[in-house]
Design a protein around this ligand. Structure first.
Ligand SMILES: C[S@@+](CC[C@H](N)C(=O)[O-])C[C@H]1O[C@@H](n2cnc3c(N)ncnc32)[C@H](O)[C@@H]1O
Length: 311
């Protein structure tokens, strides 16, 4: 049986178990090895931090956001730590479950240290010397800190709640961002989340920046299928294949554009990777995608930037 099918079956079973998120972490870390903090993952998310900051600076003229909010940070908070290093004072991370730990944060901090020692960190972020010294001090005195103390020093607050109803006041956040998260949230949940983001982000000098990876994530593990493999299934078939611990909504760039338009959220910039139309053509598309522009269906990654002052 193909690897992606084995993974789909195991994740489906795990999704019905208690503590499914923790079990999935160990499955991904030790079996599929998809969730180790390797250099590729670290540099990719550091690249996202750079892009978020570049667009924030471009639209506000400020060097960094004082306050930020990320949804679905995941196990390794690369973007929140980047924001701490550049000078942000209030860094929120919202998720329905607590996915990080002292060990995972220490692993992330060591990656920052290695990147700095290799002379590469400055190519991504303009970090403050005194903030970097804080990071070094945490690593040198790790035994003195628990998770709560590390987060406090890094000015990061984890909000464990559904982002459809945030316990934050309106007009409070300079930068709302996400990384490889929207593709895991079905539109009926994403739409109320975006409404909430619109409420909490600052109306003047507020920016939203969201990276979306629309490729079939099973293809990251199984090189015998391409990134469009999941588009062959009908919505009903996909319901059986998909799982609640790492769902994939399969919606395409035109769906996101419509959601933004309907919610009256400005799209100030939209960049994307074209994908591979030849690979797409090897898939017998389900009716949901067949009548759309093939160039748009093929787009595999996109980045939506909103300058909220435009509204
Ligand atoms: C695949 S993970 C994100 C991956 C991560 N950003 C990265 O860069 O690797 C998607 C996250 O979104 C979170 N999420 C989904 N729906 C949510 C909601 N309604 N409110 C808050 N978090 C949500 C999930 O719990 C999950 O941790």
């Amino acid at each position: 049986m193909k690897k992606w099918k084995q993974k789909a079956i195991v994740q489906k079973i795990i999704s019905y178990l208690p503590f499914s998120k923790n079990i999935n972490y160990f499955f991904q870390k030790y079996v599929t090895k998809g969730e180790n903090l390797n250099d590729e993952y670290f540099l990719d998310r550091l690249g996202h931090a750079k892009e978020h900051l570049t667009c924030y600076q471009k639209y506000t003229g400020n060097p960094f956001p004082n306050s930020s909010l990320e949804i679905g940070t995941g196990w390794y908070p690369v973007v929140p730590i980047s924001l701490f290093l550049v000078g942000s004072d209030t860094i929120y991370s919202v998720d329905i479950s607590m996915l990080t730990s002292k060990e995972r944060i220490a692993t992330t901090l060591r990656k920052f240290l290695d990147c700095h020692n290799a002379g590469k960190l400055k190519d991504f972020i303009n970090y403050k010397k005194e903030r970097f010294e804080v990071l070094q001090s945490i690593l040198s005195n790790l035994e003195k800190y628990d998770l709560e103390a590390i987060l406090k020093v890094l000015k990061i607050t984890y909000i464990i709640e559904d982002a459809r109803k945030l316990s934050l006041p309106e007009n409070a956040i300079d930068l709302v961002n996400s990384n490889n998260t929207f593709e895991h949230i079905y539109p009926e949940i994403l739409i109320p989340i975006l409404k909430e983001f619109k409420r909490v982000v600052k109306k003047q000098n507020g920016v939203m920046s969201h990276f979306i990876d629309m490729s079939d994530h099973f293809a990251h593990l199984d090189k015998t299928i391409n990134i469009y493999n999941f588009l062959q299934f009908t919505d009903n078939q996909w319901k059986w294949i998909d799982n609640s611990i790492q769902p994939q909504s399969r919606i395409r760039i035109y769906d996101y554009k419509k959601i933004y338009k309907d919610l009256n959220i400005p799209i100030s910039e939209l960049t994307f990777r074209k994908g591979n139309i030849h690979e797409l053509k090897t898939i017998k598309l389900s009716a949901t995608y067949r009548n759309q522009s093939m160039d748009e269906v093929a787009i595999s990654h996109c980045h939506f930037i909103s300058n909220m002052s435009e509204n």
